[in-house]
Design a protein around this ligand. Structure first.
Ligand SMILES: Cc1cc2nc3c(=O)[nH]c(=O)nc-3n(C[C@H](O)[C@H](O)[C@H](O)COP(=O)(O)OP(=O)(O)OC[C@H]3O[C@@H](n4cnc5c(N)ncnc54)[C@H](O)[C@@H]3O)c2cc1C
Length: 470
């Protein structure tokens, strides 16, 4: 356990690091230092300003949206004095791989009896899924994965209430959540719902349903959040998601030290009382500082490369898999870009790995001259990765097929995205092994791997850590 006078090192100034500092401050801890290697905070929430017709506005290269279930993000918003009330509206349409507009969920468009029956089947299975998640899989919507592989749940339930409820109990059915999501759906006779869940899951870079444990899918897209997605009742931020963490960072007693990378960690032997030595590299060179506690919010499989990792850390963190999500902001030929966001459903299959799956049109009033962000995945467990350059070429061709010739690519990137473990490692209790290691050598684990690779689950993991151990 930590002490209020402890000096605490936080590695990373993304949503996890900034929210960890906020929750620590709320509990009275003041002696923390956040090290951030980039020249800005926010991590994968990066909202650059782009000039269109002489006016500068924010666009998104990383996180875009939230929903009513973003309770922890809302706590950061309130601390920061930021609101999602004035963000641009989300609007969308659907296309097939040839770029043609399709209407998969509108019974009146391209009406046929078989389409009507298929939509009725989908609706029935959606209802069934909502019911079984509340009954057979009671407890599934706790933040994090502690105990799930053993059929237990413990933690705050996301739910809809403002006051989050602490729930705790046993439910052996939860073990099914280790199955790949497609098998989970088959087991429960709700395969059709994958047609809905695939939009905000696979196209958002979180992987394919034959490789991802159902726990990640259903904890991120719990039935409440999924329904908010379907109805497009989503939160966005006028100044971009980055503005939440920039503003929160400014309110902190100790704002993050930018351009400062943690390059070495030496910890006292287990059970002893020495200091943790953290070596950082900044413009002035390298220096080593002493701390009493260490919170890692950055990828744990990277941590073992620069820290004095124990064998059990090396072994456990070697199991972490991440997605290779590629995106760029495109400027299109004059008056020739999209006017609304689009989902290209055909491209969300493994056979179409590397193709553009979705594009985001942010500012409605900019019509066909709004730069838009285009996204593709280039990896799948068991398939060969599509090379990065090939992925970019495919994405460019796909936009052209939709009728949007890209004139220029801005802010092109591949991110270390959505760290997770395989269905087998999930079932083997990976998360309980991680939880058992919390606090050893005064080291605490936070960040995306703890819950899910989105803003809410990362901020909630920081809250959970501080609540339980600080
Ligand atoms: C394209 C894209 C779209 C997304 N869309 C959404 C969305 O719509 N909604 C949503 O909720 N989420 C979305 N996300 C996910 C969300 O951005 C992430 O889950 C969230 O940013 C994770 O926060 P984090 O702090 O755990 O990690 P990160 O955001 O990755 O931050 C980690 C930070 O640590 C720093 N760092 C790493 N190593 C070191 C080191 N050795 N020393 C010092 N600093 C270090 C990094 O520079 C970085 O700033 C999206 C992400 C991407 C890329």
């Amino acid at each position: 356990m930590a002490d209020l006078t402890d000096r605490i090192c936080i590695i990373g100034g993304g949503p996890a690091g900034i929210s960890a500092a906020m929750y620590l401050e709320k509990k009275g801890y003041e002696h923390y230092v956040i090290y951030e290697r980039q020249n800005k905070v926010g991590g994968k929430c990066f909202s650059p300003l782009i000039d269109v017709n002489g006016e500068s506005r924010t666009y998104e290269t990383g996180a875009i949206m939230g929903a009513i279930t973003y309770h922890a993000v809302h706590e950061v918003e309130e601390f920061a004095g930021v609101s999602h009330a004035d963000g641009p509206n989300m609007r969308r349409m659907y296309r097939d791989k040839s770029g043609k507009e399709i209407f998969p969920f509108d019974p009146k468009k391209n009406f046929s009896i078989s389409k009507m029956f298929s939509l009725l089947k989908l609706k029935k299975q959606m209802k069934k899924l909502v019911e079984i998640m509340e009954t057979k899989y009671k407890g599934y919507d706790c933040y994090g994965h502690r105990g799930v592989a053993q059929g237990r749940y413990n933690g705050l339930s996301k739910g809809l209430d403002d006051a989050l409820q602490m729930i705790d109990g046993e439910n052996p059915n939860l073990k099914d959540l280790a199955l790949p999501f497609d098998q989970f759906c088959k087991l429960n006779g709700v395969e059709e719902v994958m047609r809905i869940w695939i939009g905000p899951y696979t196209s958002f870079g979180y992987g394919y349903f034959d490789e991802i444990p159902a726990a990640y899918v259903m904890k991120y897209l719990d039935t409440t959040t999924a329904i908010e997605f379907i109805n497009m009742r989503l939160w966005t931020w006028k100044n971009g998601t980055q503005s939440i963490y920039e503003a929160a960072n400014k309110k902190l007693k100790n704002p993050a030290l930018l351009n400062t990378e943690v390059v070495k960690v030496v910890r006292p032997a287990e059970g002893t009382d020495g200091k943790i030595e953290i070596t950082v590299k900044d413009e002035a060179g390298e220096r080593t500082e002493e701390f009493d506690q260490l919170i890692i919010t950055t990828p744990l499989d990277h941590f073992v490369q620069y820290a004095d990792a124990r064998d059990e850390e090396k072994e456990l963190f070697s199991k972490i898999i991440h997605e290779k999500y590629v995106d760029f902001i495109a400027r299109f030929d004059k008056d020739a870009g999209p006017t609304i966001s689009g989902y290209i459903f055909d491209n969300m299959t493994v056979e179409r790995l590397g193709h553009a799956m979705v594009y985001y049109h942010r500012w409605e009033d900019q019509q066909a001259n709004c730069p838009s962000t285009v996204y593709a995945l280039r990896n799948h467990m068991g398939s060969t990765d599509v090379p990065y350059d090939k992925t970019i070429d495919l994405m460019m061709e796909d936009m052209k097929a939709c009728g949007f010739p890209v004139r220029e690519r801005l802010y092109e990137q591949e991110t270390y995205y959505c760290p997770h473990v395989s269905p087998k490692d999930y079932a083997d209790g990976w998360y309980d092994k991680l939880d058992a290691m919390q606090g050893k050598q005064k080291t605490w684990y936070a960040g995306e791997i703890m819950g899910f690779g989105d803003m809410e689950d990362t901020c909630a993991a920081s809250r959970d850590l501080v609540d339980r151990f600080f």
